[in-house]
Design a protein around this ligand. Structure first.
Ligand code: FES
Length: 124
């Protein structure tokens, strides 16, 4: 394993992401709400390139105090990435599928220092 500088903080939109391939190891770095997260670019479903999917706000069921529903609305705080192969979604902060928490992306160690983003690369 090796820690490698992969990008500058200002190269990311918020929300935004970049996907990297270093020595055959693919991973996505996500910037959401001022925080950074990184996940291997392998979907737990069928190994699709999950990190290359679209960033979308989580869909929540809005419920009134009397427990009647108001329909669905987009979360203002939670973002998911949707795998481009079959649409599985993963919470960018946790890597977990919203409905089946045991289905999750594998994390990549990340560090931000002095405006640089460093990732620890497996096999490098
Ligand atoms: S490979 Fe990602 S949803 Fe199927």
């Amino acid at each position: 394993m090796a820690e490698i500088k992969v990008a500058r903080v200002e190269s990311f939109a918020d929300p935004g992401k970049q996907v990297f391939e270093i020595d055959g190891f693919e991973f996505g770095v996500f910037h959401v709400g001022g925080e950074f997260f990184a996940w291997e670019n392998r979907c737990p479903h069928l190994d699709g390139p999950a990190c290359q999917g679209k960033l979308i706000a989580r869909t929540d069921e809005a419920v009134n105090e009397d427990r009647t529903g108001r329909g669905r609305e987009f979360s203002k705080t939670h973002m998911n990435v949707a795998c481009p192969w079959h649409g599985f979604e993963f919470d960018i902060r946790t890597g977990r599928h919203p409905a089946k928490s045991e289905v999750r992306l594998r994390g990549v160690k990340l560090r931000v220092e002095n405006g640089d983003v460093y990732a620890t690369i497996r096999g490098a």
